[in-house]
Design a protein around this ligand. Structure first.
Ligand code: AMP
Length: 121
């Protein structure tokens, strides 16, 4: 899938719409989800234009990859997810993954027991 620069996270990165920032680095932005699905629900996004996990993992620079994951770990620490009672990291992709925003993002959820990963069909 081609990257759509009008997606809402691209607009956040351009400063066109506000966000509740948790942590920002040279390559990564972490902010609170606008419709939290758990007491803690953060999103971590690369600043680069990557559609989904597979695109990011295949095409990001080593510096971007390291920064994204170290920032995610720092956010887990800042929000009390790890160390703590545990959390879930989720990334949705495409139609089957029911991805709404076509800019790669990692959901970090915690603060309660989250249930099973996938509902039975
Ligand atoms: P996904 O279905 O994995 O693409 O998830 C997209 C997520 O982005 C959802 O959890 C939305 O609540 C969240 N979201 C959409 N718009 C915003 C926004 N402006 N600020 C923060 N989170 C948002």
């Amino acid at each position: 899938m081609r990257y759509d620069p009008t997606n809402i996270f691209a607009r956040i990165l351009r400063g066109e719409i506000p966000n509740k920032t948790i942590l920002e680095t040279a390559h990564t932005l972490a902010f609170h989800d606008i419709h939290p699905q758990a007491p803690v629900h953060a999103l971590v996004i690369p600043k680069g234009a990557y559609v989904d996990f597979a695109d990011f993992a295949a095409n990001a620079t080593a510096e971007e990859l390291v920064d994204f994951h170290r920032t995610s770990a720092k956010v887990c620490e800042m929000l009390g997810l790890a160390p703590g009672d545990g959390f879930r990291g989720i990334t949705n992709a495409g139609v089957n993954g029911m991805q709404e925003v076509p800019h790669y993002h990692l959901h970090l959820l915690g603060g309660r027991v989250l249930g099973r990963l996938v509902e039975k069909a």
